[in-house]
Design a binder for this molecule. Structure first.
Ligand SMILES: *[C@@H]1O[C@H](CO)[C@@H](O)[C@H](O)[C@H]1NC(C)=O
Ligand SMILES: *[C@@H]1O[C@H](CO)[C@@H](O)[C@H](O)[C@H]1NC(C)=O
Length: 384
């Protein structure tokens, strides 16, 4: 019975492929067609993942049977972090089970749901064989990695400011489609920031603006926590966070910093009054767009000369956030103190060594200095 059913089914499918057996009578054909539909709907109902494949059964008698081949789609990494201006690969691989020997005509589609609260999915890329088409702002910035036959990973290069969100990789083979989603978030760096006017000078709005002027934004609690947890950020002055709280991270408890009775951690003053309370700020940046470099110049420069020399070089004096991002994500290492845009003097060290500050990597700061003093300068040049 089992076998007979398969044979009937095969005949009908063959018919639909144009290999119709002309000797069949019409009523019989109709009956077979009905049977086919019943079987088909059952197959769909019982195993959504399967599609039916016709192939010779391999024993040489040319008999045809159908077998369930399952299409698997997976992503080894469902949360991916990257920096703006860098490139990113969102993994997505598919395979057939059992393996199929002949290459199949598989369509790959990537969709994007922005993290800005958009509910609609937008097209990113559609690929079929070696042809592909990209859409909207993704035009010219996306491709499939295709490092192995089942590799449908999406490469975005460069990554722009608003590319974060939920990406969905959909693999389509005939009537079957399977998808996985990959979340893209920005990896960034948190840095403490205080006013040229001194410590604890910013109300909430001023703190927000100060971070923005340095190419950054106010950090969230999660970002500050991650900086404390992963980067051992230790800073003894409370700073505003995006949620309106004031907090500070302590890795090494000490008397001057809340005492030694408390465990290491992020200490919170809780929600503060946004206009009357004053603190420093914790800023977050995730952008390496453009290039930060130490300007080679024969003479040391005062602040206004420094601004001018960067402009002469087709650039701008670097913002604090840009210097931090270049240090953290590009490995900028320069043992020369230089002016930056807010009138502070700093230098980035990734490989600590003698005469270049403390034994830990970091962006060293001399703070805000009188602007007639002479130093080097860090510039930022936009590349796109
Ligand atoms: C992509 O980024 C990596 C580092 O994250 C870099 O080594 C590589 O050169 C970049 N590729 C392109 C094509 O820009
Ligand atoms: C920097 O030096 C220039 C002369 O090269 C001078 O005109 C300018 O006033 C100086 N700026 C400061 C802030 O001292």
């Amino acid at each position: 019975m089992h076998r007979a059913q398969h044979r009937l089914h095969s005949d009908v499918v063959l018919e639909s492929r144009g290999l119709v057996n002309m000797r069949m009578k019409r009523p019989l054909l109709l009956l077979l067609l009905l049977l086919h539909l019943v079987l088909e709907s059952q197959a769909l109902r019982y195993n959504n993942y399967y599609y039916q494949d016709l192939s010779p059964d391999g024993n040489g008698n040319g008999e045809i049977y159908f077998s369930g081949v399952r299409l698997h789609v997976e992503s080894p990494q469902t949360l991916v972090s990257a920096v703006q201006g860098g490139n990113v690969t969102l993994p997505c691989v598919y395979r057939y089970e059992p393996e199929v020997s002949a290459p199949r005509r598989t369509r790959v589609k990537w969709f994007w749901q922005p993290s800005t609260g958009e509910t609609k999915e937008l097209h990113v890329i559609v690929a079929f064989g070696s042809r592909h088409r990209s859409y909207g702002d993704f035009k010219g910035r996306v491709r499939l990695r295709r490092s192995t036959p089942g590799d449908a990973s999406l490469v975005i290069n460069p990554l722009l400011s608003d590319d974060t969100g939920r990406y969905r990789c959909e693999i389509i083979d005939g009537l079957e489609d399977e998808s996985v989603t990959v979340e893209l978030q920005f990896r960034g760096i948190v840095f403490p920031y205080y006013s040229p006017m001194g410590r604890y000078h910013f109300n909430f709005q001023e703190a927000k603006e100060a971070c923005e002027q340095q190419g950054a934004c106010l950090a969230t609690f999660e970002q500050l926590f991650a900086a404390w947890d992963e980067e051992k950020l230790d800073w003894c002055n409370a700073g505003w966070l995006a949620d309106g709280t004031a907090q500070y991270p302590v890795s090494v408890p000490r008397d001057a910093c809340g005492g030694t009775d408390l465990a290491p951690g992020v200490r919170s003053y809780g929600i503060r009054h946004k206009t009357t309370d004053r603190f420093d700020a914790f800023c977050f940046t995730s952008s390496i767009r453009g290039e930060v470099y130490f300007l080679q110049h024969q003479l040391k420069l005062n602040f206004s000369e420094a601004v001018k020399e960067c402009a002469q070089d087709g650039a701008q004096i670097a913002k604090v956030g840009q210097l931090y991002a270049a240090w953290r994500f590009v490995g900028l290492d320069q043992c020369d103190a230089g002016w930056v845009a807010d009138g502070s003097v700093r230098y980035p060290i990734t490989k600590p060594r003698a005469n270049c500050g403390p034994p830990e990597p970091g962006v060293r700061s001399f703070g805000f200095l009188p602007q007639h003093l002479k130093y080097g300068v860090y510039c930022h040049k936009v590349r796109w």
